[in-house]
Design a protein around this ligand. Structure first.
Ligand code: AGP
Length: 614
């Protein structure tokens, strides 16, 4: 998820673009750049910097920046890397070979490798590792004098999702925007037009905006603009008056980044799955693994090391890899893994799971495994992060930035990747094609199941209101629900400051049940998964000690009124995928309890988003 912004008008563009990028920095912040058209028909002026937008601003101010401060047309970009690490040459804008066209892109061009080969054979020289660069070269290659026509021909070639802004020194003052899957908002002002990936960069200039639809092509000049539905013809889109407070806009209208990121999970999972499910063969395609079938077949054991929420995702991964790929898996908290002198055999594969890709304990565990000769893989969200780079290969989540300290969408996307990994490895072993196809179809349906959990947010808030005063509670689960119990307890602890303990449902009676009374509620994870009937019995044991029970169950399966005091229902779901909707319900429960308690959700006390110290 990147931030893109464009301006054409009578005012100087650079300051407007930089201010817009600052408003979009929450969307991605590993590198930034702008391109300006001085209006002299020569090459465009481009300035890019890795790191925060402040570094780009500093560079702009240097006398030798050679950026035309009087230019009135330009585009800008703040990057959330998906292909290629965060470096200057991978930063946007990308220019065509002749330097006369520049583009910024938000999204993923799925067939960029094929396009790159074709263009390279035609003599185009690529200067970045990104998928986006192909867009600039395609426009140059198609250009015969008509800028809009060249952009339209580029669209014939690319597959994937995109919000693209393009400008050309051959057409001074003209900006072209196209949208497919990644939002584009157009700010309508007198004698100028602003274009951005979301309204936060436009508010302050105008409250009159147009939201492009998929396959719309907008051509804007300072005086006017028109919209064409690609391959169809001219269209008009309604103008909307935006009355959001700027602060809320970065959170997508939500009060907190955490809630925004909870709500983003269906889309984030879709991005994680995008281009990676091969239904015809009942398998997945994880190109980042860089391992052929033989190498995959040679793996005879997995070690998984991670921390916090990522560790709990690893526990789900263990269940998948053992069940579907017949592989033994050892999952350890990263610090423990590193300190206990792990056993690494010749065909052991070490998997480091980390949203930030910078967690010191996980990095130390990865290095220890590598020192002992393990094949190392990383499952990370931040492209080019240290763990991703040092693992050398692995799978990116493509979940977009996770700002809230409490991890939410990262967990769901990590588990989604682990399911695809288990299917891939399983299909090289005893998992048959039809069984694989069934699982692939079930994965493809997962985002809609998650949407239905999110739709129940208000109901969950009403239940949460009855648990805001508790001082301690237990989360119980078994099988697929045991990691969910651990993760649900962590969510509650870290944002509401209520003590919560995730426990195996069968283990409670071996001691901790002594703690139960009417002041210690139990959250029982009892959706339709293997072993649920035993968990129901555990719930009766809790109720017999007067502990209030909040049951998480499959919709319509409350197992009787005497089973619990409150219920949270989740949609029916294949057992192996139930950890994700169940965890989303736990995220919402924790969020609403913390919000009702007036806690600072996005930045809880004592916590950091990435623990880069051991
Ligand atoms: C989870 O909500 C916490 N923020 C924390 O436990 C986190 O999961 C842990 O620090 C690991 O972070 P990582 O995934 O970036 O490595």
């Amino acid at each position: 998820m990147c931030g893109i912004v464009g301006f054409t008008g009578q005012r100087a563009a650079s300051g407007i673009l930089l201010a817009g990028l600052r408003k979009l920095e929450y969307r991605g912040y590993d590198s930034a750049g702008i391109a300006l058209d001085a209006g002299n028909g020569g090459s465009l002026s481009v300035l890019r910097r890795p790191g925060q937008i402040a570094f780009l601003e500093d560079a702009m101010d240097l006398p030798d920046s050679n950026m035309p401060q009087s230019a009135t047309c330009g585009i800008g970009h703040t990057r959330w890397a998906t292909h290629g690490p965060p470096t200057e040459q991978n930063a946007h804008p990308h220019t065509s070979q002749n330097g006369l066209f520049a583009i910024v892109h938000n999204g993923i061009i799925e067939n960029y490798a094929q396009i790159r080969s074709i263009l390279s054979a035609k003599g185009y020289v690529f200067r970045s590792d990104t998928d986006s660069e192909v867009i600039a070269h395609l426009i140059e290659d198609a250009y015969k004098g008509d800028f809009e026509e060249a952009v339209s021909m580029m669209l014939e070639q690319v597959q994937g999702t995109y919000g693209i802004l393009a400008l050309s020194s051959l057409h001074p003052g003209t900006l072209i925007a196209v949208r497919k899957g990644s939002p584009i908002t157009v700010g309508i002002c007198r004698n100028e037009t602003l274009i951005a990936s979301d309204v936060s960069a436009i508010i302050g200039h105008t409250d009159q905006v147009i939201f492009l639809d998929d396959d719309d092509i907008l051509v804007a000049t300072p005086e006017d603009f028109h919209i064409t539905a690609w391959k169809t013809g001219p269209v008009s889109r309604p103008t909307t008056t935006v009355d959001w407070e700027p602060g809320a806009i970065e959170k997508g209208g939500h009060p907190h980044f955490m809630l925004k990121e909870i709500y983003e999970q269906p889309e984030a999972i879709e991005n994680t799955l995008r281009g990676r499910l091969i239904e015809a063969d009942g398998t997945s395609k994880l190109a980042g693994m860089q391992m052929d079938a033989r190498e995959l077949a040679n793996i005879d054991r997995f070690c998984i090391a991670a921390c916090g929420t990522s560790y709990y995702a690893g526990l789900v991964g263990k269940l998948y890899l053992e069940a579907f790929a017949d592989l033994p898996v050892d999952v350890q908290q990263a610090a423990e893994f590193r300190d206990r002198n792990p056993i690494i055999q010749r065909n052991t594969c070490m998997l480091a799971i980390s949203q930030s890709g910078e967690t010191a304990d996980t990095l130390a565990a990865l290095r220890e495994a590598a020192r002992k000769g393990a094949t190392t893989l990383g499952i990370c969200n931040v492209v080019g992060s240290t763990i991703a780079r040092e693992a050398g290969r692995g799978v990116y989540l493509h979940a977009g930035p996770e700002i809230g300290v409490a991890s939410t969408k990262a967990f769901s996307c990590q588990v989604t990747v682990l399911a695809m990994l288990a299917i891939l490895l399983g299909r090289g072993r005893r998992l048959g094609r039809e069984a694989g196809q069934t699982m692939v179809k079930q994965l493809a349906d997962l985002p809609d199941i998650c949407r239905r959990v999110i739709d129940a947010s208000d109901t969950i808030r009403r239940v949460a209101a009855r648990y805001t005063e508790m001082h301690s509670c237990f989360y119980l689960g078994r099988g697929y629900m045991f990691p969910v119990a651990l993760e649900g307890a962590l969510k509650l602890k870290e944002i509401s400051y209520i003590h919560a303990e995730g426990y195996h449902a069968a283990e409670l009676k071996h001691g901790p049940i002594a703690l139960l009374d009417k002041s210690v509620p139990v959250v029982a994870l009892a959706p339709d998964t293997p072993g649920v009937e035993k968990t129901l019995a555990n719930m009766q044991e809790c109720r017999a000690r007067s502990a209030p029970v909040l049951a998480v169950v499959t919709a319509g399966r409350r197992h009787g009124a005497d089973c619990a005091d409150d219920w949270i229902e989740i949609p029916p779901c294949p057992a192996f995928l139930t950890p994700i909707p169940a965890t989303i319900a736990m995220q919402l429960l924790a969020y609403h309890i913390a919000d009702l308690r007036g806690c600072p959700i996005d930045k809880p006390r004592n916590l950091a988003k990435s623990v880069t110290v051991e």
